[in-house]
Design a binder for this molecule. Structure first.
Ligand code: HEM
Length: 150
């Protein structure tokens, strides 16, 4: 298989797995746990979140590697507005993902599992950051489609 096609294939699969996983958390896991005890929600979201953190960061790394390969193999100009906008959003996503996955998220699930009084505040903050990240990712996909089709 041509290297460029392979690189775009991996890029698309990584985007699907990462974005699909976040949408699954927002639309399936979190609503399914509504009404359950804080302790159960905390434990489940912690276990699933930690597992998805590894998958998600692997996807982000693959997106960076294959995206760079796509730029080189296809000869995209690094001065193009769409590509610059996409890379800037990707940078914001990396920062927000780091804060969500390594700082606020783990604190929130620990607080929920232990019934601490900060639990609700931290849970809301993680949910807001997670949702902003998902919206930014949807914007990145729109920019990517426009980038390829001119
Ligand atoms: C949140 C991360 C990202 C997502 C969700 C994402 C998503 C996508 C999608 C869906 C496409 C296919 C567009 C289409 O064929 O219509 C694409 C293409 C592309 N992406 Fe990304 N991308 C991400 C990060 C990156 C990064 C970090 C780079 C550069 C370092 C990059 C460079 C490219 C390039 C150059 C293409 C065009 C490939 C081609 O020639 O067909 N992407 N991206």
């Amino acid at each position: 298989m041509e290297l460029y096609i392979f690189s775009v294939w991996v890029h698309l699969l990584a985007a699907m797995l990462w974005l699909g996983g976040m949408l699954f958390l927002i639309f399936v896991l979190v609503p399914a746990l509504r009404g359950e005890s804080g302790e159960l929600r905390g434990r489940l979201v912690d276990t699933v979140g930690l597992r998805f953190r590894t998958v998600g960061w692997t996807c982000l790394l693959l997106l960076l590697l294959t995206g760079s390969a796509n730029i080189l193999l296809r000869g995209y100009s690094l001065t193009g507005t769409l590509l610059i906008a996409k890379l800037a959003l990707f940078g914001v996503i990396l920062v927000l993902s780091f804060i969500h996955d390594f700082v606020i998220g783990p604190r929130a699930t620990r607080a929920m599992a232990s019934g601490s009084e900060d639990a609700e505040k931290l849970r809301r903050l993680s949910a807001i950051i997670g949702r902003i990240n998902t919206l930014l990712a949807l914007a990145v996909v729109a920019l990517a489609i426009k980038l390829v089709r001119g």
